[in-house]
Design a protein around this ligand. Structure first.
Ligand SMILES: Cc1cc2nc3c(=O)[nH]c(=O)nc-3n(C[C@H](O)[C@H](O)[C@H](O)COP(=O)(O)O)c2cc1C
Length: 276
């Protein structure tokens, strides 16, 4: 059997470079690599980490006419790769090509005001352009987060991150909702005593354990999907419906229609004629 090549991309969407969120993402990626070594006879798992802290990323302005969207019957997709007309910023140059090639993702974000950072939303809104190409479809993704305090918005942040993951057609995977961690007391400094270097989550063993679960689950799923895609070959790209990037060419969303006998069956159903 040919080995599946699986590339996992970790993105840290905190505003501070190389701190608690970044560490949680790296922890998940290291767990993914460990799993990769276990299945190295069937898959080659590699990971990449990008810290988006302090990177200037332009917002999505929902351009008139959606240039990122394929034009059905009008020549299809934009020629440039990701489809987003903003092509000059860090996201477009450094991140989008890596996203397009990735087979699975770890997203890290700290809790800001009980929710995600502006960077998380800006990046995710811009990345949405790739949905029309199927760059997210059927790719597993896990969420890891951190906050200064306990019970300080981590769980609702993970729900929100998982919503975004779903809306981009990725497959959310984790043990539970994802990984929760605490950067402040008892593991790290009080908010007002931060020395700018300490990574409190290193001492949060539950946080670490959850990040390991997330990384491992993403890797497991990516390997399974990679092997399945390999087995399916062309059939995957030709037959498997990707809602935003339909497989049947530019001119047809016909997969959306049911077969006529099934359509007829459904239309003729009455309370007395259901199967069950
Ligand atoms: C604007 C802002 C809002 C924040 N909101 C919260 C919050 O709601 N709950 C919390 O526990 N920590 C909050 N924090 C603290 C961050 O979650 C914390 O510093 C975290 O460690 C940042 O991630 P990093 O260490 O990767 O930079 C906030 C920080 C900032 C700057």
């Amino acid at each position: 059997m040919e080995k599946a090549k699986v590339r996992l991309l970790g993105l840290s969407l905190a505003h501070r470079k190389g701190r608690n969120t970044a560490w949680m993402v790296e922890c998940a990626l290291k767990a993914a690599e460990k799993f990769g070594r276990k299945v190295s006879d069937v898959a080659h798992v590699e990971t990449e980490f990008i810290d988006l802290a302090q990177k200037k990323v332009e917002m999505c302005w929902e351009c008139p006419d959606y240039p990122c969207r394929p034009r059905l019957g009008e020549g299809g997709y934009l020629s440039h790769d990701f489809g987003c007309p903003i092509t000059e910023d860090y996201l477009a140059i450094k991140v989008m090509p890596r996203v397009a090639e990735a087979d699975g993702f770890i997203f890290g974000c700290p809790v800001y005001n009980g929710t995600c950072t502006s960077q998380f939303m800006i990046v995710m809104e811009r990345l949405r352009a790739g949905i029309w190409k199927g760059y997210f479809t059927n790719k597993p993704a896990g969420a890891v987060c951190t906050a200064t305090m306990n019970l300080a918005g981590q769980e609702s942040l993970l729900q929100q991150m998982n919503n975004v993951i779903r809306f981009l057609e990725m497959i959310p995977v984790a043990a539970g909702l994802g990984a929760v961690s605490i950067a402040g007391l008892p593991y790290g400094p009080l908010a007002g005593e931060d020395d700018g270097k300490t990574i409190g989550v290193k001492n949060d063993k539950y946080g670490q354990w959850q990040a390991v679960c997330v990384g491992r689950r993403v890797a497991e799923m990516a390997v399974m999907i990679g092997l399945a895609k390999q087995q399916l070959g062309q059939r995957y790209t030709e037959e498997f419906a990707r809602y935003y990037a339909p497989p049947h060419g530019d001119d047809s969303w016909a997969w959306f229609n049911l077969d006529s006998e099934d359509e007829e069956y459904l239309m003729n159903l009455t309370p007395a004629t259901f199967r069950g």
